[in-house]
Design a protein around this ligand. Structure first.
Ligand code: GRF
Length: 291
């Protein structure tokens, strides 16, 4: 496995300085071209997990880190958990993308607070185990948040996708899966998000505000509703005579496409965290491009 970097010579200098006292850097210089940039390959990058963080620090946010196709071929299929409370159309869209080979992952478990919701029924049909969390108050078998973390740990989950899950995620879970929990929200965050903004309420508020554009946001999850780092957004027009239902349907079509694309990026490890803490996605077609 090898990883290709293309960085400025200043960053390379900083990188060499950081590692001057180690035997690090079995790299091969590929080119030293104009505009002050150099390219190099590192063999067996995975054995340099600790230096990797320092490398990313050395490389400024607008620079590229490119994984070669060799590395992608060796990627493990990611284990995904999905959390739903409703029909689960986003879950189904990502599941379909997995079945068509567009997402290098598999759903290994579904968590729901509504045992019989459409998403849970679909999971059972597909043989995906269902966990009910949180259970009804006073129910003897109801799981605590620690029980949930313990139950999920058995599935060796890489990423958790929230797809219309209406309960707040317990902080124990957020701490157990740092930078690994995503949510989809049907507005352009940070607008029209937070407690109480769900379902058609979001679209009614968008229409009432007079906003001319709306669209879904996928963001990493923190301890509050809809405030985690934004990873991806799509824009749709808000038409003059839209009802909340019409706008919701237009946004939902984009949600399905975007969640499948983001799941693909996450499973291929194409999410890169910029120095300022903003996550961006490296394009598959054009590794020089981030969005
Ligand atoms: C979507 O609009 C999503 O943005 C929001 O909840 C809805 C879930 O819809 N978080 P579905 O269950 O995926 O159809």
């Amino acid at each position: 496995m090898e990883t290709l970097f293309n960085i400025t010579s200043n960053s390379l200098f900083s990188l060499l300085k950081t590692h001057k006292d180690s035997t690090f850097l079995p790299f091969s210089l590929l080119s030293s071209k104009s505009n002050n940039r150099v390219s190099f390959k590192i063999q067996d990058f995975q054995t340099f997990v600790a230096p990797r963080k320092r490398i990313l620090k050395c490389i400024s946010s607008d620079e590229r880190m490119v994984k070669t196709s060799d590395e992608k071929a060796g990627l493990k299929k990611k284990n995904l958990a999905v959390f739903v409370s409703g029909g689960g159309s986003n879950f189904r869209a990502v599941h379909q993308a997995i079945l068509s080979g567009d997402v290098h992952g598999q759903f290994v478990v579904l968590v729901t607070n509504k045992h019989d919701c459409g998403g849970a029924q679909y999971a059972r049909e597909k043989g995906i185990p269902v966990i009910v969390y949180p259970g009804k108050k006073g129910e003897p078998q109801a799981l605590s948040s620690d029980d949930l973390v313990a139950a999920l740990s058995q599935y060796e989950i890489d990423f958790i996708l929230l797809a219309g899950y209406l309960k707040l995620i317990p902080s124990e879970l957020i701490q157990a899966y740092p930078k690994s929990i995503l949510n989809i929200h049907p507005s352009l965050l940070p607008a029209f998000g937070g407690k109480g903004y769900y379902g058609t309420k979001v679209h009614k508020a968008v229409i009432a505000s007079g906003a001319r554009y709306s669209g879904p946001t996928i963001h990493f999850v923190d301890e509050n509703y809809d405030t985690g780092r934004i990873l991806a957004q799509r824009v749709v027009p808000v038409l003059a005579n839209d009802t909340a239902e019409e706008l919701a349907a237009r946004v939902l079509r984009q949600e399905h496409k975007m969640y499948a694309e983001v799941a693909a990026a996450v499973c291929e490890e194409r999410v890169v965290w910029r120095e300022d803490g903003v996550p961006v996605i490296r394009s598959k077609a054009n590794p020089d491009h981030y969005s």
